[in-house]
Design a protein around this ligand. Structure first.
Ligand SMILES: C[S@@+](CC[C@H](N)C(=O)[O-])C[C@H]1O[C@@H](n2cnc3c(N)ncnc32)[C@H](O)[C@@H]1O
Ligand code: SF4
Length: 373
């Protein structure tokens, strides 16, 4: 039986951060969490027949799931069945992470928390429009370090216009001093339809120089790697025993049941769904409104390469062929191996240290080289 994960999208946020392209509902004071939890559990019941057995992981993401009270987390976790010992994660924003909320979340069954800091440096935080102060972020991380959790993580963003290499170094030093056993650090992407995208169009958001981007990425790998946080995906670093099982399922092409407005999912038979990003519509409907796709072999191969190549284990060619009936032209694979971007393994496509910072370009080249096998 293939392991699978369950993702719940909790859309509420205090305010819209100007770079964020996820589906969120900003500023709603009265959180209608009870009908929301009921709908998520109903959606789970409706989707369960397509999945065998119980979930191996549960991930509450957003949006800002830490806006939910612990009772809501408890109702969700009690009613989303998992295999024994399953990882159960929740994203949290620093301003929500009080002692009382954290204790309630742990009692509800959360074993792993991912703290969305993005940066501890005040001028970078202002640029990102973050709602918390650096002091709130460090206090929240200290609480996590003391708490009886299985693991915890800090999320950062780098390559923010105006951020220097020293600013980034200061973020990395702060993370190490706080003892985070796991770090996710993404380069800023300017998502279509966000305030950052219109600021860029109007010339108010400069591009980050590609050489600076590269220097920043190299600094991240050397500082975190040197401190014992091993890169196990392009943007994810962990001490031994602290990798995120849920994210690893995505990179290993395992199915996941995405629940909630704006969530998407991937059933064991290869069907994909995209729930409409509309909280009111979601609460009002009997079935989750959205779109269903049965990807062609070529599209499934593209999806598999895009997700799988980011992980340290890469993509096994026999699995790629068996699932999709496609493989990349061996001449292109050879060129990427000779260029030092892929490891020289005839059974597997996996990035080298040189290939990791160029992951998007390597994936793009492989996708364009896909052929029916
Ligand atoms: C959608 S957020 C949800 C977590 C939480 N609400 C927060 O604000 O941290 C999940 C993670 O996605 C990443 N993220 C969101 N938008 C991004 C962007 N435009 N560029 C890079 N990373 C982004 C951030 O690292 C963030 O921690
Ligand atoms: S980054 Fe987090 S808090 Fe900001 S809008 Fe996106 S989900 Fe909400």
């Amino acid at each position: 039986m293939s392991p699978w994960g369950c993702y719940v999208h909790v859309p509420w946020c205090r305010a819209q951060c100007p770079y964020c392209g996820f589906y969120i509902v900003p500023g709603e004071r009265a959180l209608a969490w009870e009908p929301f939890v009921d709908r998520v559990l109903a959606e789970h019941r409706a989707r369960a027949p397509a999945f065998a057995g119980d979930a191996h992981t549960v991930y509450l993401g957003g949006g800002t799931p830490s806006r939910l009270p612990p009772e809501a987390l408890a109702r969700l976790l009690t009613n989303l069945p998992t295999v024994p010992g399953a990882e159960r994660s929740c994203e949290a924003n620093p301003e929500d992470l009080t002692d009382a909320w954290l204790q309630g979340a742990i009692e509800a069954g959360i074993g792993r928390i991912s703290l969305g800091v993005q940066t501890f440096v005040p001028h970078v935080a202002r640029r990102l429009g973050r709602a918390h102060t650096s002091a709130q972020a460090t206090d929240a991380a200290r609480r996590l370090a003391r708490a009886p959790l299985r693991s915890w993580s800090i999320d950062l963003i780098f390559a923010v216009p105006g951020q220097t290499l020293d600013d980034l170094r200061s973020d990395l030093d702060t993370i190490l001093s706080l003892g985070a056993p796991h770090v996710s650090i993404y380069g800023l992407t300017v998502e279509p339809g966000t305030p950052f995208a219109s600021a860029r169009r109007r010339g108010r958001l400069p591009d980050v120089d590609p050489d600076l981007w590269r220097d920043m990425y190299d600094q991240i790998v050397s500082v975190l790697g040197g401190a014992g946080l091993q890169r196990y995906e392009v943007s994810s670093f962990a001490r031994a025993g602290h990798r995120c099982d849920h994210n690893a399922l995505y990179w290993a092409d395992r199915p996941y049941m995405g629940l909630g407005p704006g969530a998407h999912g991937y059933a064991p038979d290869g069907t994909r769904w995209h729930n409409t990003p509309d909280l009111r519509g979601y609460l009002a409907a009997d079935t989750a409104p959205g779109r269903i796709e049965h990807p062609s072999g070529e599209v499934a191969a593209m999806d598999l390469l895009v997700a799988g190549l980011r992980g340290i284990d890469g993509v096994t060619l026999s699995r790629l062929e068996a699932r999709t009936g496609h493989r990349p032209d061996p001449r292109i694979v050879e060129i990427l191996i000779e260029g030092g971007l892929l490891i020289p393994d005839p059974a597997r496509l996996a990035l080298t240290s040189r290939g990791f910072p160029l992951a998007d370009a390597v994936v793009d080249r492989l996708v364009r080289a896909l052929r029916p096998s």
